[in-house]
Design a protein around this ligand. Structure first.
Ligand code: 4AD
Ligand code: MG
Length: 480
């Protein structure tokens, strides 16, 4: 007989039928009631053991953490708190768990801090919180593909190892198979990369954008969804060194079209999880309410998780130019009272997350799309406006998160792009293939990058990005 899953059984269609189920014991009480979870849902299934007619030795092995298989019949539950239960006929211990050892781990059923769970990241998926977050994450990634497929986009897989720096920010992890203790050097002591695996310097990609652009120039509408890497020393609750990015790129699309796409896309995937993750969202909403109680009143969010999601779904994102945003920030209370860590003095200032969050959470109180940033604080590939000093960039700012999307209309004019690269001393030989797209049938095109973990963070109501990816990579940490 094949295993049933708990999520199926809780629909009740197998009532009074023989069923089989495998899972992990969450708790065993009164020598009679096993709370079993198989990962298919946040809910446990209660399995009722006829302990008087079961071998004592077997009963002793039904301990928290153990993997077991149960055969029995599905019945309506007499007890409170569940509609169905399994009347056990046969139990098999698949993998035992020593209670003394379990006590030292987060499998022990009591409240553990999220920090503690991170230290045992290989076990944390067995907790309610991480089960919920990881099911949500999985559904969200499916929703991403679903959206693009429905809208005529092609999924492209851009390289993870590359010779270029797509963002021009130099925050790259090097890729080499050199023996680092014995590097081949020339007479001047300079490392000879010709002898390295690829015959040149290579790194892990910071973004698939440049390659996605070349594919948009043939397939029209494309997107990437893959891991990206940043060697930035940012130890915050919003930064990872390895994160997943979704990057659509669209030919014949300008910045306005790009904003429309980003807003439509975000709303679609959030609606998808509202429709498909009700139980997990309900659990996460409750988790957040409990967590908020431990915060000082003034730091508590006025909205519950579902309200926050619904708010994004129901409202238009506010579109504001960088210049307007600077005016708002300059005359804001925290700026005047020097409450920001970085005071906004003048036009041209780079916005820090404190400013972004002020705009979203205090001023506009809704998601904001900032556009037309100063050219000097944005990447080389963004299209220069006629004013000669701003570029067609856009960032989407979210409550509680700050920047969730960064994108732009791309500089499609060969001469303008080339001279920009010269100014910024970007290696044109390395990026000749990119410049080529501007020589052969160039066109207006746009795209953006959305940090997948920041999206999961928003949808799950979790507070730290390390808690929405199975194995976070951050400065000084690559465990597991
Ligand atoms: O703004 P970014 O750097 O833009 C790009 O990489 C463009 N090439 C995207 C494009 O136009 N195709 O990064 C895009 C998004 C950010 O808005 C943020 O959500 C996320 O990626 N992100 C990070 N997420 C987690 N940890 C980090 N260290 C991140 N850096 C960026
Ligand atoms: Mg950005």
């Amino acid at each position: 007989m094949r295993n049933n899953t708990i999520v199926q059984l809780l629909q009740g269609k197998k009532l009074h039928q023989d069923i089989q189920i495998s899972g992990w014991v969450r708790a065993y009480r009164s020598n009679r009631f096993i709370a079993l979870n198989d990962g298919s849902t946040i809910h446990n299934l209660q399995c009722v053991v006829d302990f008087e007619n079961t071998d004592e030795k077997l009963l002793k092995q039904i301990t928290t953490g153990a993997a077991i298989r149960i055969e029995g019949t599905l019945d309506e539950s007499q007890g409170q708190g569940q509609s169905y239960e399994v009347i056990v006929k046969k139990i098999e211990i698949l993998g035992s768990a020593d209670p003394e050892e379990v006590k030292k781990t987060i499998l022990q059923p009591k409240k553990h801090s999220l920090e503690k769970l991170r230290e045992q990241a290989h076990l944390r998926v067995r907790t309610n919180t991480f089960g919920a977050v990881m099911r949500l994450r999985s559904q969200l990634s499916f929703a991403v593909h679903d959206y693009f497929r429905k809208n005529g986009y092609f999924y492209v897989n851009t390289p993870i190892i590359t010779g270029s720096d797509a963002e021009g920010a130099g925050e790259m992890f090097k890729v080499t198979n050199f023996n680092l203790k014995n590097l081949p050097k020339d007479d001047k002591g300079i490392v000879n990369y010709k002898e390295d695996f690829f015959g040149k310097e290579t790194n892990l990609t910071v973004s698939g954008q440049l390659e996605a652009e070349t594919y948009a120039m043939g397939l029209g509408k494309v997107y990437t969804f893959g891991p990206t890497f940043r060697a930035e020393n940012s130890n915050t609750s919003r930064h990872l060194a390895e994160f997943w990015m979704i990057e659509p790129e669209v030919a014949f699309c300008d910045l306005d079209g790009n904003m429309d796409l980003a807003e439509d896309f975000i709303k679609y995937v959030l609606q998808y999880v509202v429709d498909h993750c009700q139980d997990d969202l309900a659990f996460l909403e409750n988790r957040l309410i409990q967590e908020e109680k431990s915060k000082p009143e003034k730091d508590r969010s006025p909205m519950k998780l579902r309200e926050k999601i619904d708010f994004v779904l129901k409202n238009n994102f506010k579109r504001v130019s960088y210049t307007e945003a600077i005016d708002i920030l300059k005359s804001s209370k925290p700026n005047k009272k020097k409450k920001f860590n970085y005071t906004i003095e003048e036009w041209g200032a780079d916005l820090q997350s404190e400013h972004e969050r002020y705009l979203v959470e205090k001023h506009f109180k809704c998601p904001v799309i900032l556009f037309d940033y100063p050219a000097d604080i944005k990447a080389f590939y963004m299209r220069l406006n006629d004013d000669g000093k701003t570029v067609r960039a856009m960032d989407i700012l979210f409550p509680g998160i700050g920047e969730i999307v960064g994108g732009s209309q791309r500089e499609e004019r060969y001469d303008v792009l080339k001279s920009k690269m010269e100014d910024l001393q970007i290696d044109q030989k390395e990026l000749s293939w990119y410049l080529d797209t501007r020589k052969f049938g160039t066109c207006v095109h746009s795209g953006f990058g959305l940090g997948f973990e920041r999206l999961v963070l928003f949808a799950s109501g979790m507070g730290n990005i390390r808690d929405v990816i199975p194995y976070p990579r951050t400065p000084q940490n690559a465990d597991f």
